[in-house]
Design a protein around this ligand. Structure first.
Ligand code: SF4
Length: 408
């Protein structure tokens, strides 16, 4: 859908750092470590370091290049994710931020987040991040139970999380998020509650909690296929989710998305922008963008990415085209349904010039039959949303609005 009104607007920037110290057993993110770097024909440490260096040179070039096309935009958030941004030298992160600040119009209140792994965040790195203006840190804790961390293939232990948290506070971070996981194999109700209580004890401003997904191509997928691990049925999953919602809500964390809870005033602007159909520029290996009405993704291969990073936006546009109105409506709807506030019906009408209820009347009827009471229209707020107790089933509900997914 061609949109002519992408001018003088706010935008977010995502930066992908595709390196990790080791591949976790459940991870299908685009990240490489020395252990599996053979996949990209690199077997020696020196070659790995050269790859890292060459990657950043291409990334810097891409950041600068895209700025030419974003001259009329104000950057409201920057998110440095991965992979593991803390696994690489802080000088690379410093250069990224400096290049963005030199080439883009960065809002003075821009939210700048970096993802951190507890075992690779050092005092020096945390101080370096603060000194260049990074103002939010998201620590991948996952669990406070050492046996669970080992079973996930994580390199850190519980004490590393506490240490990383304290390092971050001392360095000056007043906006810290902790990532947790539930439905980890062999995790009990008690151990889940224990991890949440330890997280609460640290008093982070924000908590994200995701259920473990078994993804093809991971060690967990093989274990699952071989009957070594199991996944919870919907009843158990809902029970765990209820526990999480109850504990976090009663401790002052408001749920604003399927997996995200925050203290008042600490929603993650960056992720909220995705769910609100905002524009974003993704920079780096495999990063996706939604920019000036175009949706495109950088290659997943290092060599191809080196060439792509130099391509003009006009060349990229030619190779991607634009999605249809129906496809964009579908994206708008299923991303909005992730949020507690759901689909903004007025905004839907404003963007697509048609009525949400009319467009999706069949889907809504089926959902009401399959998941009675799970969704609701709030006409006072002009919204359509998934009720909190059904959010654990949100992917099944969203599927009904993703009937065009195969064409995307
Ligand atoms: S640290 Fe994160 S990105 Fe890296 S392998 Fe583990 S889960 Fe994947």
């Amino acid at each position: 859908m061609e949109n002519k009104n992408f001018e003088n607007k706010n935008i977010s920037i995502y930066i992908h750092i595709p390196f990790c110290e080791r591949k976790c057993f459940y991870c299908d993110f685009l990240s490489f470590s020395l252990e599996n770097i053979d996949d990209v024909k690199i077997s020696e440490m020196k070659e790995y370091e050269d790859t890292v260096e060459r990657y950043f040179q291409s990334l810097f070039c891409e950041i600068e290049k895209m700025s030419k096309y974003a001259a009329k935009y104000t950057i409201k958030s920057i998110f440095i994710g991965g992979g593991t941004p803390t696994s690489v030298s802080a000088r690379y992160i410093t250069s990224i931020i400096n290049i963005i600040k030199e080439n883009y119009d960065v809002d003075k209140n821009c939210e700048i987040t970096i993802e951190a792994n507890p075992n690779s965040l050092t005092e020096e790195k945390a101080k370096a991040y603060i000194s260049i203006g990074i103002n939010r840190i998201s620590i991948g804790a996952q669990s406070f139970v050492n046996a669970e961390l080992v079973s996930l293939g994580r390199l850190h232990k519980k004490n590393h999380i506490e240490n990383a948290f304290s390092i971050s506070r001392k360095a000056g971070f007043d906006n810290i998020s902790l990532d947790l996981m539930f439905d980890i194999p062999h995790q009990t109700d008690e151990s889940l509650k224990y991890s949440i209580s330890k997280a609460l004890w640290l008093k982070p401003e924000h908590i994200s909690i995701y259920s473990l997904e078994i993804e093809e191509g991971t060690k967990f997928y093989d274990d699952y296929k071989n009957g070594k691990i199991d996944i919870s049925d919907n009843f158990i999953l809902r029970k765990k989710y209820d526990t999480i919602q109850h504990i976090l809500n009663s401790n002052g964390y408001e749920q604003y998305e399927v997996s995200n809870f925050s203290k008042k005033g600490y929603k993650c602007y960056h992720n909220d922008n995705y769910w609100k159909y905002g524009e974003y520029i993704g920079l780096g290996l495999g990063a996706s963008s939604y920019f000036k009405g175009y949706r495109f993704q950088a290659p997943n291969d290092f060599r191809e990415y080196e060439l792509y990073a130099k391509k003009s936006f006009d060349e990229i546009k030619k190779s991607v085209g634009v999605l249809s109105k129906e496809e964009e409506m579908s994206i708008f709807t299923f991303t909005s349904l992730r949020k507690s506030e759901g689909v903004d019906l007025s905004k839907f009408k404003e963007v697509f010039n048609c009525d949400f209820k009319e467009v999706y009347k069949d889907e809504i009827r089926v959902i009401e039959k399959e998941f009675p009471g799970a969704t609701e229209f709030d006409l006072s707020k002009n919204s359509y949303f998934i009720r909190k107790e059904y959010m654990v089933n949100s992917s099944s509900i969203m599927c009904y609005f993703m009937n065009l997914e195969e064409d995307l």
